[in-house]
Design a protein around this ligand. Structure first.
Ligand SMILES: [Fe+2]
Length: 418
């Protein structure tokens, strides 16, 4: 039997420990340092990739002074002395779980072209690790990038190996381009948890370009999915150029990378505004090559689908300005067209456009043969990634399966008269 004195002492001790734990977790009203450690660090290309780089990250606690530090990378830790601070903007964000987090965004500017930089993000004495990226060269220069169609399903379980194989196959790719449907329902943070599990450190060392997909508009309320509300989680995780049509900034945009103009379109909303904008963007294009990226294909390959609105909005402009390559997803299968103009196959010496549909996730959709006569290759039930290179006047396209097997390839030569 314990004495009354012993029981009282035990109660006092328990109270002291609980109080101590509370004081440690909330010191002077400040959040625990652990909650200020940056998570989900994402690099995005800007409109001036030879002199700037965008970065977005998240913290669980509120950071009073969010900062990016960047320095030319060195072979020893002394490079940190050359770091300059850049400020960041922060936004409070409520997750579907009702938890509050903070999204931070900054553009590292004033950088030298073709230079390896080290950077870290943080603030209030809590920092990320140092990561590295290389700025673009000025003007035309050879490079490669990775293109990925819809991930969408089973991101952690089934897409991780695609990303890892792509990284091993193209470790020097300058950026990764996604054509939307990163996952089924972006409003649920658990999907983003899977996304960052699958991508690991890739987003913090390789910048990305992302086109919005139909599922970036998918919002589930009371068990029903609505398709008309763009997910606020997009802006919380990405910082894209703001040069799109009014109201579509940050999800419709263009940028030039070493002699190639990349135009990112939103095939779900504001098609009329984008048509007018795209006409101007392509009319004033000084680059040798042009690549368009969007979610819905111009020529559908999934059963029951035919995207008239997308085709009517953009195909005539792709023809008018001889866009070289149109990269899309949505149909959860693979197709690569012959060189086309006005919906017809062009001759060997004519300038046309090659349309690609690809998918990196599982769960293929049934094939629709309607446009097979325009296609060079079609396929299904392969998880794929593409490595696209520009060198010596050529566009070199290679599609690989998740096992690293070459699945499709072609080259475009640029000496054809326009
Ligand atoms: Fe999809």
């Amino acid at each position: 039997m314990k004495s009354t004195r012993e029981r009282r002492l035990k109660r006092l001790l328990s109270g002291f420990i609980i109080g101590l734990m509370f004081c440690l977790s909330v010191s002077n009203g400040q959040p625990q340092r652990q909650t200020l450690i940056p998570q989900r660090i994402v690099l995005n290309l800007t409109t001036t990739p030879s002199s700037s780089m965008a970065v977005t990250w998240r913290t669980e606690g509120e950071v009073k002074n969010p900062v990016v530090q960047v320095a030319p990378a060195g072979d020893w830790d002394g490079f940190q002395k050359g770091a300059v601070n850049g400020s960041a903007t922060s936004e409070k964000f409520e997750l579907d779980t009702r938890a509050i987090v903070y999204s931070h965004s900054s553009i590292m500017s004033g950088l030298k072209a073709n230079t390896l930089y080290a950077y870290r993000v943080g603030g209030d004495s809590a920092w990320s690790e140092w990561n590295q990226f290389t700025t673009a060269k000025e003007g035309d220069a050879p490079f490669s990038f990775v293109f990925l169609g819809d991930p969408q399903y089973e991101v952690k379980d089934m897409i991780s190996r695609v990303f890892r194989e792509a990284l091993l196959t193209a470790p020097t790719a300058k950026f990764w381009l996604f054509t939307g449907d990163l996952f089924d329902l972006p409003q649920y943070d658990r999907n983003w948890v899977e996304w960052f599990y699958a991508t690991g450190f890739i987003h913090s060392i390789i910048p990305s370009i992302v086109a919005p997909g139909s599922h970036e508009y998918a919002l589930k309320t009371k068990g029903v999915v609505r398709w008309d509300m763009f997910s606020p989680t997009w802006k919380a995780h990405f910082t894209f150029p703001q040069n799109g049509p009014k109201g579509l900034e940050g999800r419709v945009y263009y940028l030039d990378y070493q002699g190639v103009r990349f135009v990112v379109l939103d095939a779900q909303m504001g098609l009329k505004e984008q048509t007018e904008w795209l006409d101007k963007v392509l009319a004033a294009n000084p680059n040798k090559w042009t690549v368009a990226a969007m979610h819905e294909p111009v020529f559908s390959i999934a059963k029951g689908r035919d995207e008239h609105n997308t085709r009517n909005a953009f195909m005539a402009l792709f023809d008018k300005y001889s866009v070289d390559l149109v990269l899309t997803g949505h149909d959860h299968g693979y197709a690569r067209s012959k060189s086309l103009k006005n919906g017809k196959v062009v001759g060997d010496q004519e300038q046309g456009t090659v349309y690609v549909v690809s998918v990196c996730g599982p769960r293929g959709y049934d094939h629709n043969p309607k446009y097979d006569y325009l296609m060079q290759k079609t396929g299904k039930e392969h998880q794929l990634f593409q490595v696209i290179s520009f060198q010596e006047g050529k566009l070199i396209y290679k599609s690989y399966t998740v096992t690293g097997t070459l699945y499709d390839s072609f080259e475009l030569q640029k000496d054809i008269k326009r």
